[in-house]
Design a protein around this ligand. Structure first.
Ligand SMILES: Cc1ncc(COP(=O)(O)O)c(C=O)c1O
Length: 464
């Protein structure tokens, strides 16, 4: 959908100078970027002063919204005290220690140490390296493959993008690298078979995982990685009993279980951790995003004692632990992580999210019968609306028509931001959103849905 207005100066400067991630580059000069100016609470304002309700917490991360004075003050104070230091060569600093202590306290499983990164991708890359390293230390050099899932999203570095199970992250990028396997996606609406119950679907996925492990050889598989609730693959909530069915299979074959809590962590699903919501018991955890409420980049890998001891043993043999990032454990990021967790606890964010969940679900359910809506799904305060060309057959629109991306463009016109994952529209509002603001977000969404229906009818895209 072309922008009918001439580009502003700032839009033109953007197009002339910025290479945009996850953007149809061939269309950007025509549509123009949406350049944000400032934010306050759950509202964003573009450089023209137009207001938008933030429905996506940026990229599933700005859980406290924008302009939180306590967060700003925490950053300022740390900037003044010690704006940078690192953890290499046995150095330390107070914010990294305090945040690690806090993460150990709130982790859903026993954790011994915290390894810091700057992003979720780096955390997942680190997880893979640690799984390889662990098996080398244990004298199992063949046990190296990683099982991920179709539609998973684990980031974009070479290994994280390989773990990601989305074609757009592989096609043209020479990925996935070898040694990464993708098992089934637990999305019943899309992958459940005719006449199959949810329980039968779960049993089939468990059987398929067993087949994969036997085919590859359990002695070749190091780890399994999963988002408790899948995010960028379309907000996919696993059927109940899914993790209970697959975890014993993984444990039986001594396969580490990595929970990618990068979106789920810190209250988003109505518990501190998504693992708790979906009944997952991970060996290790990746965290990022709401760890600092996105006021600074920071990621973390949470490791248990037995894995840590293996690294210690190896360090004794070879002289060091050869892994680390310049900005891993950045003191400003850690100070913001400490402050964010303090705010989540003081404001009872988990309870607050649970309190908003019925309204969130009710507003999603209200549009469930709309002719363009195939499925609505949610967990806590993250959800999605999947648009379809044919409700009965679940047939999707031809991706070339960009129905989802048109909807979010219409929505921008009505003053709200959501994200189109293909034709699935994701919702992930800041966790501090009020009930009125949440209702207003949905009111604006319904206007955009009506515009999209008109667009679909006008262009003859609906099922005949
Ligand atoms: C579940 C999950 N893991 C990892 C990542 C990658 O994080 P980053 O973009 O900080 O590298 C993301 C990003 O959206 C994510 O959603």
């Amino acid at each position: 959908m072309a922008n009918s207005l001439p580009l502003t100066n700032v839009q033109q400067r953007d197009i002339n100078s910025v290479l945009h991630p996850y953007t149809p580059l061939h269309k950007l000069a025509e549509t123009g970027p949406l350049v944000m100016g400032h934010g306050k609470g759950v509202y964003l304002f573009d450089t023209q002063g137009k207001e938008y309700i933030e429905g996506m917490s940026g990229l599933w991360c700005a859980g406290l919204g924008y302009g939180d004075e306590e967060m700003i003050e925490a950053a300022n104070e740390q900037m003044r005290t010690l704006p940078y230091y690192h953890l290499f060569g046995g150095k330390g600093m107070e914010p990294a220690i305090e945040l690690a202590e806090k993460l150990k306290e709130i982790a859903p499983v026993p954790i011994s140490k915290v390894f810091y990164t700057s992003s979720g991708s780096e955390a997942n890359d680190t997880q893979v390296k640690l799984a390889w390293y662990y098996n080398n230390v244990l004298g199992r050099p063949k046990k190296k493959k990683i099982i991920s899932r179709v539609k998973a999203y684990h980031g974009v570095t070479v290994m994280a993008a390989s773990l990601t199970g989305l074609p757009g992250n592989h096609k043209g990028w020479d990925l996935p690298v070898s040694g990464v396997l993708h098992t089934d996606c637990p999305h019943f609406y899309r992958f459940g078979q005719e006449g199959e119950s949810e329980a039968e679907f779960v049993a089939r996925l468990a059987k398929s995982l067993i087949d994969m492990i036997e085919r590859e050889g359990p002695e070749t598989i190091a780890a399994f990685i999963a988002e408790p609730v899948m995010g960028a693959g379309g907000v996919i909530v696993p059927p109940s009993g899914y993790f209970a069915a697959i975890e014993p299979i993984l444990r039986e074959h001594d396969i580490l279980i990595i929970a990618d809590e990068v979106i789920n962590g810190f209250g988003r699903t109505g518990n501190w951790w998504g693992s708790q919501t979906v009944g997952m018991t991970p060996t290790t955890i990746s965290a990022a995003k709401q760890l600092t409420a996105a006021y600074a980049p920071l990621g973390a890998v949470l490791v248990p004692e037995d894995l840590y001891q293996a690294y210690v043993d190896h360090s004794a043999q070879i002289g060091t632990f050869g892994h680390g990032f310049t900005y891993g454990g950045h003191p400003v990021g850690c100070a913001l992580g400490i402050k964010a967790i303090e705010i989540y606890q003081r404001r009872n964010i988990v309870e607050y999210v649970r309190g908003l969940t019925p309204t969130f679900e009710a507003r999603l359910n209200k549009i469930k019968d709309h002719p363009l809506v195939g499925e609505v799904r949610s967990c806590g305060l993250v959800g999605a609306v999947e648009l379809v060309a044919d409700k009965t057959t679940k047939r999707s629109f031809d991706p070339a028509h960009g129905v989802g991306s048109n909807l979010v463009k219409f929505l921008e016109g009505h003053g709200a931001i959501l994200r189109a994952l293909g034709d699935t529209i994701a919702f992930c509002p800041p966790m501090i959103i009020t009930e009125d603001e949440l209702n207003e977000l949905f009111n604006r969404f319904e206007l955009a849905l009506a515009d999209t229906e008109a667009y679909v009818s006008k262009n003859g895209l609906r099922a005949q």
